[in-house]
Write a protein that binds this ligand. Sequence first.
Ligand code: FAD
Ligand code: A2P
Length: 420
Amino acid sequence: MTTATTVMKQHLIDPEICIRCNTCEETCPIDAITHDSNNYVVDASICNDCMACVPPCPTGAIDNWIQVVSDNAYSIEEQFTWDELPEPQEAPEGAEVVEAKAPAAPTASEAQKEEGDQDLENKPFTAAGASIPPWSAAHPYTNLYTHKNPVTATVVGNYRVTDSDTDSDIHHIVLDMGDTPMPLLEGQSIAIFPAGEDENGRSYHARQYSIASPRDGERPGYNNLSITVKRVVEDHDGNPVKGVCSNYLCDLQKNDSVKLIGPYGNSFLMPNLPDSNLVMICTGTGAAPMRAMTEHCRRLNKEGKYRGKLMLFFGARSERELPYFGPLMNLPKDFIDINLALSRQADRPKKYVQDVIRERASDVLALINDSKTCIYVCGLKGMEEGVLAALKDIVTESGKKWEDVHAQLKTQGRLHFETY
Ligand code: FAD
Ligand code: A2P
């Protein structure tokens, strides 16, 4: 007996459009998505077409379903080598067309599948934060400029915002958009193409950066924006490496041109009400969206149009390695409640943001209990777990069930994470 050849749709990620933001890998409830230094890929032996990854993808690169013949599904190893998506495979005469997921790619390991199945039972299907914005948020524009129509900005400022004799080289970079419309909201991001090519002669893929300026521009009323960029000189394991895009950006000179796409982000957005409260929790360059939100409130406050509470938890190695330390400390105490968590400051005990959140438990709890409060977490991926644990303990000690409060914060668009 012969088995009929079938033709199916395989879920694939477009390497030309993907900005390697990790959102899909993070969202996938069954770990079907993985990456190497080149591409993000979907393992056909694990993916069950649940679609959880599709709405959060900022570019739409994940939303590709290419026709494949059942025996020729693409393995993850093949996908890692791609520069572009393949053409749909032609259906052999008499082949049965199945409107379902592609079969397991021949080279995908069974071991990975088993691991995926276990995760299905253990891993919660919900992410840590909300996927919807607060109800009063202004409506964001997204994907105005894509890989097919990138735009050019001009560098009008680039200066270091950490002390020059420290290891943390973080830059504040101001980009002028000229006549190109780039409507942005606090919490959104753009992606930048580093100049040059990799060792295989291919253009570098774009890297994502949070906007550090408020909606009316770095300079109010001008079509410009700012970003906060850390020069990557070592990888996450501490090995020396020269990060392609961050070094390119930190070395830019005034009047240089930069190619970019975006904007991205439709949930990490601030409430648009004069009496809303913001709890902002960040480490390092995670300060960028917090700077944007704080500056927006500061400008509103100057006109008597903002009267909510701002509470900031900011983690850095030391004061001298904390970006924007000077301007931040100059903000009036009755405008923003600043809490620094310094991990390597001489003569001070090591502290992470989650430690300081616990120290301020009663004030944090009061804000969580106020429906006008939104919580934003941005910076190191590693902080997510510790911050959630601290929030959970604070809520639990007050006698409430964290699971209920957490679920409510998410469904009301009041708890947001952007970690990388
Ligand atoms: P690559 O050449 O891509 O990587 C070189 C090596 O360094 C790799 O091994 C890589 O794993 C490792 N590496 C990558 N990033 C880091 C890091 N941050 N620390 C240590 N090792 C690293 N970055 C900012 O500076 N400011 C921002 O506001 C910002 N916002 C972001 C927002 C989002 C949603 C996302 C997904 C990322 C954001 N990033 C931000 C990170 C940024 O997109 C780049 O990943 C970062 O600048 C490194 O790029 P690179 O080209 O220099 O390094
Ligand atoms: P550490 O001294 O342990 O590196 P960075 O300078 O690398 O961008 O980090 C910013 C701050 O975040 C540093 O103080 C760093 O402390 C701290 N940090 C590192 N890991 C975590 C974590 N898991 N949770 C919270 N903060 C962290």
